[in-house]
Design a binder for this molecule. Structure first.
Ligand code: ATP
Ligand code: MG
Length: 409
């Protein structure tokens, strides 16, 4: 039997650790053959705060996926949250090296290296460089300059920087749980793979990942990821508000939120009554589904207002033509599309992966990681992280392969 070619995507979220395993069937088609989920312990707002508990969560999720796949998952591809990440635009310039002035892959490599030279805030390291466009002797908008003739090669690149401490802890947890990290992929890039159409990416759209502890706003335009903002609020805050307001436990609030909650309290029937147990387990009260949703609506509005503020900062007080796309667990909330439509004054849709077994917005990131890896592997655009600052980040970066994202295709 031939060896199966599998790719594992790992999404270490605030609410859940999810591992999805894809099997590459033909050229780029993939089958989902394994899914593992385990509640996240030890992660707050997308950042690891307790290593041991995080390792446990990862191990549990991995074991579940491995049982389905029937073999050990040795290598994983891991999503990273935008708050650990900074985006900086920079330009690199080099002289074309060959005498006949034909631009080679080495020149491209050199100009990308030149673009990496930026002043980094303390605790930040470069994890990826994404070329936006190449400029040959002043002619801009070039996507692939190899083979062209020119004297001067420039690149406009987006540099992705990462917070060393958080990423080092992330890597450690994965390694301790017995897995090697093949690639680190920005969650927003992974989400873009499954959630946005080519047109939406091209015309411009906002992709909002409504997670448990974070909300990530990603702007796509001209086929590429342009900007990200991460807000430290999410579905857990809705649950918290409900628990406090209804004087009950987080667990019960979470249960009734997902079962009966709505983002538009006014649209909920006032007849349906739900029994709520008090914290001590003794006192029981009845609450209507509408009343319950009055705790939800303002929190979701607040999250949307915070998203809107970020969108304005990114230069959009009006939504781009591609509109708004929602994903992440909170996008499962009833009524969220209509609330978002009126809030953003734009078309809004919910996006999820289109595979049996993982058809839910909670799986967008993990499935997107698989897509991203497959699309970039073997396409000639896979680059190993250059250990440009040896000793500074030690062996860690040597073991990370980064993907130079040709995200404009
Ligand atoms: N049916 C539902 N209705 C409303 N909210 C839901 C529903 N299902 C899940 N959620 C909420 O979605 C959140 C979890 O979403 P998700 O799994 O995308 O988060 P995560 O990726 O673990 O966290 P983060 O991205 O913030 O690190 C939780 O707050 C959960 O209550
Ligand atoms: Mg998430």
């Amino acid at each position: 039997m031939t060896r199966r070619e599998i790719v594992a995507g790992m999404d270490i979220g605030t609410s859940n650790v999810r591992i999805i395993v894809g099997e590459i069937v033909t050229d780029r088609a993939v089958n989902i053959v394994g899914v593992g989920t385990s509640p996240s312990e030890g992660i707050r707002k997308g950042v690891i705060v307790d290593l041991e508990r995080t390792v446990e969560s990862i191990s549990k999720a991995a074991a579940e996926a491995e049982r389905m796949v029937g073999s050990k998952i040795s290598e994983v591809n891991v999503g990273i949250v935008g708050s650990n990440i900074g985006l900086v635009n920079n330009r690199g310039v080099v002289a074309v090296s060959r005498d006949d002035k034909e631009i080679t892959e080495q020149d491209v490599e050199r100009v990308l290296q030149a673009a990496r030279v930026i002043a980094l805030p303390q605790d930040r390291e470069i994890i990826d460089v994404i070329p936006r466009e190449f400029i040959v002797d002043g002619y801009d908008g070039i996507r692939d300059p190899v083979g062209m003739l020119g004297v001067r090669l420039e690149v406009e690149a987006m540099i992705i920087t990462g917070s060393m401490t958080s990423l080092r802890n992330l890597m450690r947890c994965i390694n301790v749980s017995g897995h090697e990290v093949n690639a680190l992929i920005l969650n927003a890039l992974a989400n873009g793979e499954v959630c946005l159409s080519r047109d939406e990416k091209e015309l411009g759209s906002f992709l909002i990942d409504l997670g448990g502890g974070t909300t990530e706003v990603a702007l796509y335009k001209d086929g590429a990821l342009k900007d990200i903002a991460v807000l430290p609020v999410g579905g857990d805050h809705i649950t918290n508000d409900m628990a406090v307001g209804m004087r009950t436990t987080f667990q019960l609030a979470e249960k009734v939120k997902t079962e009966y909650g709505s983002a538009v309290a006014g649209s909920v029937s006032n007849d349906r009554e739900i029994e709520i147990e008090g914290i001590s387990g003794k006192e029981k009260r009845m609450i209507t589904a509408r009343e319950l949703s009055t705790f939800i609506e303002p929190r979701i509005q607040e999250i949307m207002q915070l998203c809107k503020n970020e969108m304005v900062k990114m230069g959009y007080s009006q939504m781009p033509p591609g509109g708004v796309v929602l994903t992440g667990g909170v996008s499962l909330m009833q009524g969220i599309t209509e609330l978002a439509e009126s809030y953003f004054n734009s078309t809004v849709r919910i996006a999820q992966p289109n595979y049996l077994g993982v058809k839910s917005p909670i799986y967008s990131t993990a499935v997107g990681i698989i897509h991203y890896v497959i699309r970039h592997q073997g396409s000639g655009t896979q680059y190993r992280q250059q250990d440009g600052r040896a000793g500074f980040f030690g062996n860690l970066w040597k073991r990370i392969k980064t993907f130079l994202a040709d995200i404009w295709d």
